[in-house]
Design a protein around this ligand. Structure first.
Ligand code: ADP
Length: 417
């Protein structure tokens, strides 16, 4: 289940130069390399408001000035054209490229719905066709440079969401949408486990239709139990992004094709949606912050010491993080900025997710690496370990000396798998 974007090397970024990549794989990689954040909106089952949430997130991000793509690959009922009042639009199909529909100057939309002869026709796709379509809609659409691609995925934990995640790569993050009832919660538990098995990070959980906004008095009445989503988020270690009430205005906005975030800024629902979007907007800034080279003082010292780890092969920094023989662990005095001890440690056998945990257990604050995949970087960040990529293949002592002197020059992330 770990076969991501590039069939030959599991790479999802632009770093792959594998000879085995097919022209299609290369095209997909090129498209994905221009997209900073891929967010897949999934749900255990249909009708929980997944498309509504995906659409409002995309519109809110565009209103915040981001370049956004919204891709609707819900083969069972593509509803984004209706939600955005774009039902009559037909994308221009050029030579091997499809132009997305421009909703605004910085929001582009593509939906399977645009391709259907009539909205009354039931959508009957055979399995392999569905899978191929999802890949095609990522690779053959002229998305251009995007801050965010929001993907409205088919519901469930079957082949289609799996294919969407595999197409987008292991750094695509999932938002799981649920409703508060117990039965929906069971579905979400499956969705959480699904993402964990596929190996994609979960950005968070949204509880939709959580309490009813009374049109007469404006207050919230809890029809179903609330808090189930939040409790499940806690139980599974997933971030709870927030709850959106069942609001007749949301239903109306969906039917009439105007996203609620465009009109409701101060109401209960508008505020709820904006609270959900905040951490999504922040992932850009947090990522940018994390990519900067931290100074010794930025790292959390313990008893005046920090520990730096360097992957080593043949006595030098190993450019392929996962292929190193040993790690050099260098302890640095934060006052004198001198190395006081160097230990060579052999890591456990390389399996996904093992090294970040092991490194964190060694008390490491900073990893200086040649190259590292986006997924591994996010695992380190989660474990509280900073990562700098693009360091040169020199001895660990030289690399650390340059880092401490402030003269470490980093190049490209040399390996993205
Ligand atoms: P899904 O994509 O999960 O199938 P949709 O986003 O299409 O679900 O939503 C299903 C229906 O529920 C739509 O008619 C939509 O307008 C409505 N809906 C979604 N969220 C809310 C909400 N918070 N309040 C009121 N109606 C909602």
């Amino acid at each position: 289940m770990s076969d991501h974007a590039c069939g030959s090397c599991s790479s999802s970024g632009s770093g792959c130069s594998s000879q085995d990549c097919s022209p299609e794989d290369m095209k997909l990689k090129k498209t994905l390399s221009k997209i900073k954040h891929k967010i897949v909106v999934i749900s255990g089952k249909g009708g929980v408001g997944k498309s509504t949430v995906a659409t409002n997130i995309a519109v809110a991000l565009s209103l915040a000035g981001k370049q956004v793509g919204l891709l609707d690959v819900d083969v069972h009922g593509p509803s984004v054209p209706r939600l955005l009042c774009l039902e009559d639009q037909k994308p221009h199909i050029g030579h091997e490229i499809i132009e997305p529909i421009s909703y605004s100057k910085n929001l582009w939309v593509m939906s399977l719905g645009f391709m259907l002869p009539s909205k009354e026709d039931p959508v009957i796709w055979r399995g392999p066709v569905k899978i191929g379509l999802i890949k095609q809609f990522v690779q053959d659409v002229a998305w251009g440079d995007l801050d965010f691609l929001i993907v409205d995925c088919p519901p469930g934990t079957g082949d289609e969401p799996l294919s969407a995640l595999q197409t987008l790569g292991s750094d695509a993050q999932a938002i799981i949408v649920t409703t508060p009832q117990g039965v929906a919660i069971d579905d979400v538990r499956r969705s959480v486990n699904f993402c964990k098995q596929v190996g994609n990070p979960i950005l968070g959980l949204v509880e939709n239709m959580s309490g009813f906004v009374c049109p007469d008095c404006g207050s919230i009445h809890n029809i179903f139990n609330t808090g189930g989503g939040e409790a499940l988020a806690k139980e599974t270690g997933v971030k709870f992004l927030g709850r959106i009430p069942l609001d007749p205005e949301v239903g109306r906005s969906g039917d009439e094709g105007y996203p609620i975030v465009r009109v409701d800024h101060e109401g209960i629902t508008g505020k709820a949606l904006n609270a959900i979007i905040k951490p999504i907007l922040n992932i850009s800034e947090t990522l940018q912050e994390n990519l900067k080279m931290p100074s010794v003082n930025d790292l959390k010292a313990k008893n005046g010491m920090i520990r730096i780890a360097i992957p080593v092969a043949g006595g030098k920094l190993c450019m392929h993080f996962g292929h190193c023989e040993q790690f050099a662990l260098l302890d640095v005095d934060t006052v004198t900025k001198g190395v006081v001890a160097t230990n060579m440690e052999t890591p456990p056998a390389h399996e996904p997710g093992i090294l970040p945990r092991w490194i964190a257990d060694q008390g490491v604050n900073l990893v200086l690496a040649g190259g590292m995949g986006a997924k591994a970087q996010s695992l380190f960040t989660d474990a509280g370990v900073r990562v700098v990529v693009g360091a040169p293949a020199e001895s660990p002592e030289n690399v650390v000396a340059s880092y401490l002197a402030g003269t470490l020059v980093t190049g490209q992330n040399t390996c993205d798998h």
